[in-house]
Design a protein around this ligand. Structure first.
Ligand SMILES: [Zn+2]
Length: 279
């Protein structure tokens, strides 16, 4: 028996994997032979969803993946809570088979997790003044393209290393709105995501600065004062590595469980951010 697997995209944001039985089975009659069965219906990253204006959308965006064991812990916490999140990958960090598998697993776990682009070299190894210098625009642009290719990133969504700027369809706001690299990325159809609040790092330690309760307070305050970049949506920046120790992974779990108590809160991947998703 020959089984042919065919993937068809419907244009409705779903790809269908159909298994076709191409010859007659000895036990089946004519009615069931040559049957086509739908085996998988998988959403495509970047396809639009309908946003509900009575909800508060929370976009957890974690940078610099893969950084195990932090990345692995965060994935476990998110999975256990049944919530969505976005990981901004750095190709330079993807050394060795374990880290490669982590990146593959994030990419394959869509729609729960989304893999997006944070540059290959993390801004020429944190040399931001060089990375954003107008004379380096092409090199920096190519650094994002290299990352997209090497990590096989499924969406044109970027978080700039060390920089809180937003860009979408010619509208650029934030720290480096005039920068030629950002203008070029925007012109090439890339969406750049900044952040509304950060779960920061405690000095140089791999530890989160704020407690879970403090972060919930920060988030609620931002929504209440209406100062998020887009209404009813908040982008939270943090880093996988801060949740390496069990006590901090527990703190992340607590943060999520506190947020889940408020029924207005919905966790989404960043491809469903109001100014990013294609309508
Ligand atoms: Zn970073």
């Amino acid at each position: 028996m020959n089984l042919l697997k065919i993937i068809t995209c419907t244009g409705l944001g779903f790809c269908l994997l159909a298994t076709i039985n191409s010859c007659k089975s000895p036990i089946s009659d004519n009615k069931t032979s040559d049957s086509t069965k739908l085996a998988i219906a998988k959403p495509v990253p970047g396809s639009a969803i309908k946003l509900d204006s009575s909800k508060r959308y929370i976009y957890l965006t974690w940078d610099d993946s893969p950084q195990p064991p932090g990345t692995v812990n965060c994935k476990l916490v998110f999975r256990e809570a049944g919530i969505k999140a976005t990981f901004f990958g750095v190709g330079f960090n993807k050394v060795g088979p374990w880290k490669k598998r982590i990146i593959d697993s994030i990419r394959n776990d869509y729609p729960q997790f989304l893999l997006a682009n944070h540059s290959f070299s993390h801004g020429f190894n944190d040399k931001y003044s060089k990375f954003y210098s107008p004379s380096m625009t092409d090199s920096a642009f190519n650094d994002f393209m290299r990352n997209e290719k090497e990590l096989n990133i499924p969406v044109k969504i970027i978080r700039l290393p060390g920089n809180n700027t937003w860009a979408s369809n010619g509208v650029i706001t934030g720290q480096k709105a005039e920068n030629p690299l950002i203008v070029k990325l925007d012109k090439m159809g890339y969406k750049i995501v900044g952040w509304d609040i950060e779960w920061g790092q405690l000095g140089k330690q791999k530890a989160p600065k704020e407690s879970a309760n403090e972060m919930v307070k920060k988030l609620n305050q931002k929504f209440e004062e209406g100062s998020t970049n887009q209404p009813n949506a908040i982008v939270i920046l943090s880093h996988d590595r801060l949740f390496e120790k069990k006590q901090f992974a527990d703190s992340l779990a607590k943060f999520i469980s506190l947020l889940k108590q408020d029924k207005r809160n919905v966790f989404e991947t960043i491809d469903h951010y109001p100014t990013i998703q294609n309508k």
